[in-house]
Design a protein around this ligand. Structure first.
Ligand code: CTP
Length: 435
C-alpha cells in the first residue's frame, strides 16, 4: 500500500505549489463543515503514476454544494451548481475549475439497542466507475491529508499496468467504456486485462455497441484521435472489431496504416515548428482513417457518428478538395522537372492546415511532400504589398479585376520577379494597362 507520506511527497513533487495549497484549503473547509473530502478519479490515478493532471475532481461525503459555496466564498470563486445531481463547479478568477460531487451519507439501522451507523457512500460511488485505476480517492481533511483509499485494487493494477473493469456488466451499462478502455490502455501504455478484453469482445458480438448514440461515439473517437498516439489506439480498435462497428468499410490495410503512420510524423513535425498554431489533429487523423473508403461510405460514417450537417459538408469538402489538389500536384510533378513557387501557392492556398497535413501524409511522392512543406513553412505567409486601395487610386472600378491583378503581382513576388513596393506598383500598372 502507498503510504500517506509518499502521497504527500508525490503531490509536492508533481503539482504546483498553488494546486497543493488549494488541496489543503479544500480539506480545511471540509473540516469546518465536518465533511469528509476526497480528490478522486483521474487526478488520483495520474498523481500515483507521477504524471500531471490539472483536472481536480472532488467528492464530498455530504452536501457538496454547500461545501463548494463555502470554499468559493473564501477564495473569491464563482460556482455553478446542479442541485438535482448534488454537483457543483468551482470557477476561479483565472477560469481554473474544480468539479465537486456529493455522495450521500447513508444511515443503516442496526438491530437491537445499537445506534444507527453512518456508512461511507464513497465506496458505492467509486464502484460505479469504469476501471479500477480510476477508483482511487485521496483524503484531503487536514488530519488525514494524503491518505489513499483503494477499495478495488487500483494500486495493484497501476503497478501491473492493467485496465480492468469492476464488474461484468460495466460495458453493458455504458458501451462508451469500450473506447475508454482502449484510450487508457494506449495512453498509459497499459494492457487491458484478459477477462475485461473478453467482456469487450462479447459486448461487440452481442451488439451492445449498436445502442451507442452517434454523438457519444463521435466524442469518444475525437478524444482518442486527440491523444498523443492515436495510431496505436486505431490499430487496437481494429483488432477488437470496433472500427467495423463505426462503419463496415473501415478496415485497415497496409496502405491505410502507412498513411496513418505518416500523419503521425507530419503532425509531430508541424507541432514542433508551430507550437502556437492550433490544428485540429483529430480531423487529420479522421481524414486519414477514412481515406480509402468510398464517398458514400464516408457520408455514412459521418451519419453514423451524428456529425452535424454543416460539419459533414465541411469534412466532405476537405476530403474531395484535398484529393483533387493532390492529384493535380502529383501529375504535374511527374511530368515536369521544375515547379514554380507560385504554382505551389495557388494550388494550396484554399486548403486548411488540416487538409494540407493530410495530403502531405497521403502522397507517396517525396517531391510533392516537399512542395507542401515549403508552402506550410514559407509560402503561406507571403502576400504582396500592393493592396486593393492602391488599385482603386489607379482608377480601377470595382469588380473581379482586383483579384486578377493582385494575383499577378503576388505570383511575381512568389517567383522572385519583383521585390520592392515600387516594382509591385509598376507591375500592377502594366497589368492594368494590358487589357
Ligand atoms: N467514468 C465512468 N464511465 C464513463 C465515463 C467516466 O466510469 N463512461 C468515470 C471514470 O472513472 C473517470 C471519471 O468518471 O475517472 C471522470 O471521467 P473523465 O473526466 O472522462 O475521466 P478521467 O479519468 O479524468 O480521464 P482524463 O484523464 O482523460 O480526463
Amino acid at each position: 500500500p502507498v503510504r500517506r507520506r509518499e502521497v504527500v511527497h508525490l503531490m509536492n513533487k508533481h503539482l504546483s505549489r498553488r494546486v497543493v495549497d488549494i488541496l489543503r484549503d479544500l480539506g480545511r473547509v471540509g473540516d469546518e463543515l465536518e465533511l469528509p473530502v476526497y480528490a478522486i478519479g483521474g487526478f488520483a490515478r495520474d498523481l500515483l503514476l507521477g504524471g500531471k493532471n490539472d483536472d481536480i475532481d472532488i467528492s464530498v461525503e455530504g452536501d457538496g454544494i454547500l461545501f463548494a459555496e463555502t470554499f468559493a466564498n473564501r477564495h473569491g470563486c464563482r460556482i455553478k451548481s446542479h442541485a438535482k445531481f448534488g454537483t457543483a463547479v468551482i470557477v476561479f478568477p483565472d477560469k481554473a475549475k474544480i468539479d465537486v460531487a456529493s455522495t450521500r451519507l447513508e444511515y443503516y439501522e442496526t438491530p437491537g439497542a445499537l445506534p444507527t451507523v453512518e456508512r461511507s457512500s464513497l465506496k458505492m460511488d467509486l464502484y460505479r466507475r469504469d476501471f479500477t485505476v480510476n477508483t482511487l480517492a485521496v483524503r484531503l481533511n487536514p488530519q488525514n491529508f494524503g491518505l489513499l483509499i483503494d477499495y478495488f485494487g487500483a494500486c495493484r493494477d497501476l503497478k501491473d499496468k492493467t485496465i480492468r473493469v469492476l464488474h461484468n456488466l460495466s460495458f453493458v451499462e455504458d458501451p462508451t467504456r469500450v473506447f475508454r478502455a482502449v484510450r487508457f490502455e494506449q495512453r498509459l501504455n497499459f494492457q487491458i486485462a484478459r477477462h475485461t478484453e473478453n467482456l469487450i469482445r462479447n459486448a461487440v458480438k452481442m451488439g451492445f455497441l449498436d445502442k451507442l448514440g452517434g454523438r457519444r461515439l463521435l466524442n469518444e473517437l475525437i478524444i482518442i484521435l486527440r491523444e498523443r498516439e492515436p495510431v496505436r489506439a486505431i490499430l487496437r480498435m481494429e483488432s477488437l472489431g470496433l472500427l467495423r462497428f463505426i462503419h463496415p468499410d473501415l478496415v485497415l490495410d497496409s496502405e491505410n496504416i502507412r498513411i496513418l503512420d505518416e500523419v503521425k510524423k507530419v503532425v509531430t513535425w508541424f507541432e514542433l515548428l508551430y507550437q502556437q498554431d492550433n490544428v485540429e489533429t483529430w480531423v487529420v487523423y479522421f481524414l486519414a482513417l477514412t481515406s480509402l473508403v468510398s464517398d458514400d461510405s464516408f457520408w455514412e460514417t459521418c451519419t453514423r457518428l451524428s456529425v452535424s450537417e454543416h460539419y459533414r459538408e465541411r469534412l466532405i469538402d476537405m476530403r474531395v478538395h484535398g484529393e483533387q489538389v493532390l492529384k493535380v500536384m502529383e501529375q504535374k510533378a511527374a511530368r515536369e522537372n521544375t515547379v514554380r513557387r507560385s504554382d505551389i501557392f495557388f494550388w494550396l492556398r484554399s486548403l486548411s492546415l488540416e487538409v494540407l497535413l493530410y495530403i502531405m501524409a497521403k502522397t507517396r511522392r517525396e517531391d510533392v511532400r516537399k512542395f507542401i512543406s515549403l508552402y506550410v513553412t514559407q509560402l503561406r505567409g507571403v502576400s504582396c504589398s500592393v493592396t486593393g486601395d492602391d488599385l482603386k487610386s489607379m482608377g480601377l472600378p470595382p469588380g473581379p479585376r482586383y483579384r486578377e491583378v493582385l494575383d499577378v503581382v503576388l505570383k511575381a513576388r512568389l517567383n522572385g520577379e519583383v521585390s520592392t513596393h515600387a516594382d509591385e506598383l509598376l507591375l500592377a500598372r502594366q497589368e492594368l494597362a494590358r487589357k
